[in-house]
Structure formats: C-alpha cells, structure tokens
Design a protein around this ligand. Structure first.
Ligand SMILES: CC(C)(COP(=O)(O)OP(=O)(O)OC[C@H]1O[C@@H](n2cnc3c(N)ncnc32)[C@H](O)[C@@H]1OP(=O)(O)O)[C@@H](O)C(=O)NCCC(=O)NCCS
Length: 215
C-alpha cells in the first residue's frame, strides 16, 4: 500500500523564530549565529535569496536554498539564472520523492527563470553534493575543474562541476569564476567547501592543465 504523508514546504527567509534553521540548517551541530552566515544573509535576503523547509508529518526533514545569481553563495553568473545553494533531504526521508518535490517547488516559484544552476562533485570524500545525486534531480554538468583541498586530504584530487538545468528554450548556460571558486565559500559552515575565517587566500588548489596559474 502506498504511504501517504502530510507534506508542507514553508518559506523561512527572514522570518522570526527560524534563526536556528537559517544559521545551521539541518546540520547536527550546536546552534550559534556566526558572523559570515549573518553577513551573507544580510546581503543575500534583500537580493531575493530564499530558504525553505520541507516538513513531513510535522518534522523538518529537508531544505532548499536558492536565489538569483546576485544573491547566491557561489561565483556563478548568467542571465535569468537561479542558483541553488543547497538542497538536502535527511537520510531518514530519502527516496520518497521529496528531493524532486523541493526542486520542482523551486522551479515553479521562479517562473521567470531560464534555468537553474548549482555545483556538485566527483571523487570527494564527503557524501554531500555528489554529482550523481544532483543529476538525478535534473541537472547536468556544463563545466568542471580538478582541484585539491589545501587543508583536508592533501593531494586528493576531486572534480567540481558546474551543474545546469535549463527550463526555457532561450536559456543560455551559466558561467562561473574559477578563480573565485578556489576561494571556497563562507555562506554555510557545514559545506565541504567552507573557508574558515582564519584562513587567508584560496582553500582549493587547481589541478587542471592550463589552470595552474589559478593556484
Ligand atoms: C539528493 C537528494 C536531495 C535526493 O533526495 P531524495 O528525496 O532521496 O530524492 P527523490 O526521492 O526525490 O529522488 C530523486 C530521483 O532520484 C532517484 N534516486 C534517488 N536515490 C537513488 C538511488 N540511490 N539510486 C537510484 N536512483 C535514485 C529517484 O528514483 C528519483 O528519480 P525519479 O524522480 O525519476 O523517480 C538527497 O539524496 C540529499 O539530500 N543528498 C545530499 C545533498 C547534499 O549534499 N546537500 C548538502 C548538505 S550540506
């Protein structure tokens, strides 16, 4: 018999009472407001960043964070492009179609977008942002760069992909700034590309032929 769930997606962007989810998302770490996230939200929310929670039978089991290129946490650019900072469905709720539901919700909410971009990787040790998972949600790779992390698993090469899902015929694939990508990100502390506040310079090193000068 098919299971039925009571499913809601709520927008918590800038809403009082949701600071914990706005700051630490679903990560199992103690809640504290941290400076980089706070600064990011202050800039990104007025530029239409959206953070939404997926609630199933009363429990928060998923989230999606997205917005126009000028609000996003990755160095991605493009006309009428919405960037998905993150999508996450907790393991206990996986394979019920909730990941697809969140992505469909984003697409429906952003009817004027020509397409949606995000990042993903291959051969990274983290279970997050795996290319195969992001592909299953409808994205495909349009570019990639081979990199190493400068503090973790030194020498381990992984590939970061620029992922794209066009939704309009006129859609033009997005671009990304690889130099900036190597700086890592500061909008989410649980993100595998997070650059700690004390770290100065690039947290990733380029390993691609012809890009050595980016290091
Ligand atoms: C990617 C993710 C959102 C998918 O969530 P989900 O609710 O399990 O996905 P769905 O049930 O909607 O499945 C999406 C599609 O992938 C397919 N799929 C999912 N897992 C699969 C698997 N292990 N093998 C084959 N197909 C699979 C489903 O059949 C579905 O395809 P369909 O719609 O054509 O039938 C979820 O796995 C996740 O959160 N991963 C981590 C993402 C991440 O790194 N976030 C950052 C955290 S910091």
């Amino acid at each position: 018999m098919k299971e039925t769930f009571n499913v809601k997606i709520i927008d918590i962007t800038g809403k009082k009472g949701y600071n914990e989810y706005l700051h630490k998302c679903l990560a199992p770490m103690p809640f504290r407001k941290y400076k980089c996230r706070q600064e990011y939200l202050e800039k990104a929310v007025p530029r239409r960043l959206r953070k939404k929670l997926l609630i199933v039978d009363g429990a928060v089991v998923g989230t999606i964070e997205y917005g126009p290129v000028e609000s996003c946490g990755y160095p991605i650019s493009g006309e009428h492009v919405i960037v998905m900072n993150c999508v996450w469905v907790l393991r206990k709720a996986k394979m019920h179609g909730f990941g697809r539901l969140l992505v469909e919700h984003m697409v429906k909410s952003e009817r004027n977008a020509d397409g949606f971009a995000t990042i993903a990787w291959e051969n990274h040790w983290s279970p997050w942002f795996r290319k195969d998972q992001i592909e299953r949600l409808g994205f495909r790779s349009v570019d990639s760069i081979d990199v190493v992390h400068k503090t973790k698993r030194k020498g381990h090469i992984f590939k970061v992909h620029l992922m794209w899902m066009p939704t309009a015929e006129r859609a033009k694939a997005p671009n990304w700034n690889k130099q900036e990508l190597l700086q890592g990100e500061t909008f989410c502390m649980a993100h595998p590309l997070y650059r700690p506040q004390k770290w100065k310079g690039k947290i990733l090193g380029a390993k691609q032929k012809g890009l050595a000068g980016l290091n």
